[in-house]
Design a binder for this molecule. Structure first.
Ligand code: RB5
Length: 149
């Protein structure tokens, strides 16, 4: 998978704002086409207001992958996973980001902005956007996720 020159949507609340700004700047310089869904300051906001638009667009097939952030990552991830075609994974290190792609075919990387460093977040994003789903035994597991009882 190669995401350079593809649009990468990104959204956060105030808890992830500074990390989002860092990622947008450095990833743009690296050649990624970042689409910033906000928020645009450190003022307190409600994370669903920024995560819903990104998750809906991804759910509708407009983008293959996205990045969302809030303070803990939990609110953003829970919101995004309301959409049937979204698999948002909350990760806090590089190996979890890799496994989210390899085993879960996650299409949104969720970052806890108040609990990891900018440098770790960047390494996680690079791994997430360059790791393929393994399929095989994981394919049927991923297909069963939406089959609620
Ligand atoms: C905001 O204070 C904080 O609650 C939010 O960023 C997130 O951690 C919620 O899950």
């Amino acid at each position: 998978m190669e995401c350079l020159n593809k649009i990468i949507p990104i959204a956060s609340d105030h808890g992830g704002f500074e990390m989002k700004a860092y990622l947008v700047d450095i990833m743009t310089a690296m050649g990624y086409n970042m689409l910033d869904f906000g928020t645009d300051s450190s003022a307190s906001v409600d994370y669903p207001d920024f995560v819903h638009p990104l998750a809906k667009a991804l759910n509708d097939g407009k983008y293959p992958y996205g990045i969302i952030l809030c303070g803990s990552g939990n609110g953003a991830q829970i919101t995004a996973n309301k959409y049937p075609n979204v698999r948002a994974a909350l990760c806090w290190n590089v190996e979890l980001a890799r496994l989210a792609r390899q085993h879960n075919n996650a299409n949104i990387l969720t970052l806890p902005g108040r609990f990891i460093s900018n440098e770790t977040a960047l390494e996680m994003v690079k791994v997430f956007l360059s790791t393929d789903f393994e399929g095989g035994r994981h394919q049927q597991r991923v297909e069963k996720i939406s089959k609620t009882l």
